[in-house]
Design a protein around this ligand. Structure first.
Ligand code: TNX
Length: 501
C-alpha cells in the first residue's frame, strides 16, 4: 500500500515485523548514517522516541540500512541510481541501495508501510520484499513563491510533504510580475522593492542568499534538487518596478498585485538589460549546486517575436556558459540557437493545441529532453471542482484526481517517448493560494498522482490512455497515505474518488 506504487512487491507468509521499543537502526556504508537520522526523526513522531543508530550489524528486530555497490534492484537488469530493495520479516527490516538517494526512497516506502501509529500502539508490518526504482530521473513539484511568498519554514514543510512521494526536484518560481523573491547582491533593489508586495497586495518577502542556501541544503539532505527559476523576458514587472533603467523610457512602472499575465517585458537587446541578465544568472548559479537553471520564457505576449528569439538564445547561452543546463517553458522552443541539451518544460494540454508540440520538439531536436507538466492534468492550481474558492479554471474544466492520474508522459507529444523525456513536474501557481495550508489543500492528493506517473512502471499501451491506469488501486493506496498526512498535520483535499478511512 505505497504511493508511488513500487515496481515489484512480493508478499511473504512469514511472521510480520514488529517495531519494538528496543529497535535500533543499524547502518553500513557511506551516507547510511545521514539517511538513518532522517528515519529516526520520522519514527519519533508516532513512536515517541528516536531509535538509536548503531554502526554494527543488526540484531533481531532492528532496521538495517545498507549502502554498497551491488545493492538495490538489479534483477531486472536495471541499475537505477535511485533504486532500493526493502525486505521485511520478523527478524528485522533491511533497506539495501547502491546510493544514499536509493536508501532514502526506501525509507519513504518504509514510513508508508508502518501504520501511522499513536504512541503506545503496536506497530507491525507484513513480511514482504520490495524491489523498486524510478521510471524517470526527474520527478518535480513547483512552488510559485513569487505571487504569494512562503517563508523558509513553510518551504521546508512543503519539502517534507513532497519527499514522502519520492519527488526529487523542487522547482522554485522565484520571480514574476508580482514579486522578486531572491536577494541579488549586485541588484539589491530587486528584493527590496520588487520583493515588497505580492498578489492581492499581500506583504511579500524574499530569501536572503544565506536563507536560500539553507533551503537548498535542506532539500539536498532529502535528495531533492532545487531548480531555481528566474522568469524572463516576460513576467518581469517586479524587476522593472525596482530599476527604472531596465525600462525603455527610464520610468519604473508601479508594483503589480493583480493576476493578469503577458503585459511585461524586459527591454531585449539593451546593454543594461544584458548586464542585468548576466549578473542575475551569475549569482543564481553560485547558489545552485544542482545542474539546472530555469529561465522561464512563458507567455511573452509583449515581446516582439524576433526580440524574444534573440533574447532566449542569449539568456540560455549565458546559463550554459556558467556551467548549468538551461530549462525553459516550451515557448522557449521558438528560439533558434539554444545550447545543445536545453530542457523544455511542456505545459500545454495532454492533447497538444496550437504549436505547443512543435515548440517542445525544438528541445528534443537540440539534444535536450522534456519535462511534462500538461496543465489540464498536472497543474496543481486548477480547481478540483466547479465553484472551488481557491484555484484557477482557465483550462476549461476542473481537474479531478482521475484526470490527473489518467494520462501518460510518453503519449502527449507525438514522436516523443521515454528516451526523450526527463520526467514530470506538477506546478503550483499561487495567484489564489495564500497560505501553506491552502498550498497543501491544492497539492494533495493531486501530486500523489503525478509522483506515481513519474516513478512507477509505464502502463500497458491500452486505449484510451486513462484505461491504462488502475484508478481503484491508486485511490485505495491514497486513502492509506492520508493516515500519514493526518498524523503529520498535512492538509489535503477530500476528493470524492478516494475511499477515505
Ligand atoms: C500560466 S503556464 C502561467 C502562469 C500562471 C498560470 C496560472 C505558465 C508557464 N505560465 O504565469 O500563473 O498559467 O494557472
Amino acid at each position: 500500500m505505497v504511493v508511488p506504487r513500487p515496481v515489484r512487491t512480493d508478499p511473504s507468509d512469514a511472521s510480520p515485523f514488529v517495531l519494538g521499543d528496543a529497535a535500533r537502526i543499524s547502518v553500513a556504508g557511506p551516507g547510511a548514517d545521514a539517511v538513518a537520522r532522517l528515519l529516526a526523526e520520522a519514527l519519533a513522531v508516532g513512536f515517541g522516541h528516536e531509535p538509536h543508530i548503531v554502526d554494527e550489524p543488526p540484531a533481531y528486530g532492528d532496521i538495517a540500512i545498507v549502502i554498497a555497490p551491488g545493492e538495490g534492484p538489479h534483477e531486472d537488469g536495471s541499475d537505477s541510481a535511485e533504486g532500493y530493495t526493502l525486505e521485511v520479516a520478523a527478524e528485522g527490516v533491511r533497506i539495501g541501495a547502491a546510493t544514499p538517494a536509493g536508501a532514502f526512497w526506501g525509507v519513504q516506502t518504509l514510513r508508508q508501510l508502518l501504520p501511522a501509529a499513536q504512541e503506545g500502539d503496536l506497530v507491525a508490518v507484513d513480511a514482504q520484499r520490495i524491489h523498486d526504482h524510478p521510471r524517470y530521473a526527474y520527478r518535480g513539484a513547483m512552488l510559485d513563491v513569487a505571487r504569494h511568498f512562503f517563508t523558509p519554514a513553510e518551504v521546508r514543510r512543503f519539502i517534507d510533504a513532497i519527499a514522502l512521494l519520492k519527488v526529487n526536484h523542487l522547482h522554485l518560481h522565484l520571480t514574476d510580475d508580482q514579486g522578486w523573491r531572491l536577494h541579488i547582491e549586485s541588484w539589491p533593489e530587486l528584493s527590496r522593492i520588487g520583493g515588497s508586495t505580492g498578489s492581492d497586495g499581500t506583504r511579500g518577502g524574499f530569501y536572503t542568499q544565506q536563507e536560500y542556501r539553507e533551503l537548498v541544503r535542506y532539500a539536498a539532505d532529502r535528495h531533492i534538487t532545487v531548480v531555481p527559476e528566474i522568469d524572463m523576458p516576460g513576467h518581469t514587472n517586479a524587476a522593472l518596478a525596482s530599476y527604472p533603467e531596465l525600462n525603455p523610457d527610464g520610468i519604473a512602472p508601479a508594483l503589480y498585485t493583480g493576476s493578469e499575465v503577458g503585459f511585461s517585458t524586459l527591454q531585449t537587446g539593451d546593454p543594461t538589460t544584458e548586464r542585468f541578465v548576466r549578473d542575475v544568472i551569475r549569482e543564481v548559479v553560485a547558489l545552485t549546486p544542482g545542474p539546472y537553471l530555469h529561465i522561464g520564457g512563458d507567455e511573452c505576449l509583449s515581446t516582439p517575436e524576433a526580440d524574444f528569439v534573440a533574447f532566449a538564445n542569449h539568456a540560455a547561452a549565458e546559463v550554459a556558459r556558467n556551467g548549468k543546463t538551461p530549462i525553459g517553458w516550451h515557448e522557449l522552443g521558438k528560439a533558434d540557437a539554444l545550447p545543445a541539451g536545453t530542457v523544455g518544460q511542456y505545459w500545454d494540454f495532454t492533447t497538444p493545441r496550437d504549436r505547443a508540440a512543435e515548440r517542445a520538439l525544438t528541445f528534443v531536436r537540440g539534444g535536450g529532453a522534456l519535462i511534462l507538466s500538461p496543465s489540464d492534468a498536472a497543474y496543481l492550481d486548477i480547481v478540483y471542482e466547479d465553484g472551488d474558492p481557491i484555484g484557477q479554471d482557465w483550462t476549461g474544466s476542473p481537474t479531478t484526481l482521475a484526470r490527473s492520474f489518467g494520462w501518460d508522459p510518453a503519449r502527449v507529444v507525438p514522436g516523443v517517448g521515454d528516451a526523450h523525456i526527463l520526467g514530470v513536474e506538477a506546478p503550483l501557481w499561487t495567484e489564489t493560494v495564500a497560505t501553506i495550508e491552502e498550498v497543501e489543500d491544492m497539492v494533495l492528493p493531486r501530486l500523489a498522482a503525478i509522483a506515481e506517473i513519474g516513478w512507477s512502471t509505464a502502463p500497458a499501451d491500452t486505449e484510451p490512455v486513462e484505461a491504462a491506469r488502475d484508478l481503484p488501486d491508486f485511490v485505495e493506496r491514497v486513502a492509506r497515505l492520508s493516515e500519514h498526512w493526518d498524523a503529520a498535520g498535512t492538509h489535503y483535499r477530500a476528493v470524492p474518488e478516494v475511499p477515505w478511512p
